[in-house]
Write a new protein. Structure first.
Length: 209
């Protein structure tokens, strides 16, 4: 069953890249794959469902790899994010042509297209768990109202990394690695306990006498 699933996913990306368009129907895709429609429907209800599953696979493979790393659990949230994003790019590299083709008309990517729906939901769940962990360890302090959008900030972060990578022409995408590091460090520094937090606490203490 898993072999059939992979065959469909790989065959779909091959079709898209070869014909530079999405198959017009399940029938057309199945003819390309030389399989029966009934076999396709055992895995997917539609082409749209297949596209969602493909992007979700990128997340699932990334998540599995980082969780299998014995030291991942000991990382602070900052290091967990770096590990996730570096691994995510590695997972997508074999599918880069498809990713670039799919996103080439997305000038301002915010993970909004339909095929991102399942990936976005799953990633935001992952991000929310990380943010909860960061609040519990005081890596990112409790902030009324602002903390409610911490996970959304990571959603924007993921989209900016993806957008940067598809445009990166450096050798072995070295600039993307640098962008990930600077992006994550900037975001985490902004969300961590800062001078403003300390100043606010100090003023509250002083005026309370």
């Amino acid at each position: 069953m898993e072999d059939q699933l992979n065959k469909i996913l790989q065959g779909y990306t091959d079709y898209v890249l070869t014909h530079e368009r999405v198959p017009s129907s399940v029938y057309v895709l199945c003819k390309h794959l030389a399989i029966e429609e009934a076999d396709f429907y055992k895995s997917f209800a539609s082409i749209s469902a297949l596209e969602k599953a493909l992007w979700l696979t990128f997340f699932a493979d990334t998540y599995q790899r980082v969780m299998e790393d014995e030291v991942y659990a000991s990382y602070a949230v900052r290091e967990k994010l770096l590990s996730f994003y570096y691994t995510w790019i590695e997972v997508m590299k074999p599918h880069r042509s498809y990713v670039v083709h799919t996103l080439k008309h997305q000038d301002c990517l915010q993970l909004k297209p339909v095929y991102f729906e399942d990936f976005k939901k799953t990633f935001l769940d992952y991000a929310e768990n990380l943010m909860q962990e960061a609040r519990e360890t005081d890596e990112f302090p409790e902030r009324m109202f602002v903390q409610n959008i911490y996970s959304l900030i990571l959603g924007w972060q993921a989209s900016s990394i993806l957008q940067y990578w598809v445009k990166d022409t450096s050798e072995n995408f070295e600039k993307t690695d640098v962008f990930i590091e600077k992006n994550v460090n900037f975001t985490c520094d902004a969300l961590s306990r800062s001078f403003l937090d300390s100043a606010f606490e100090y003023l509250v203490f002083v005026f309370k006498g």
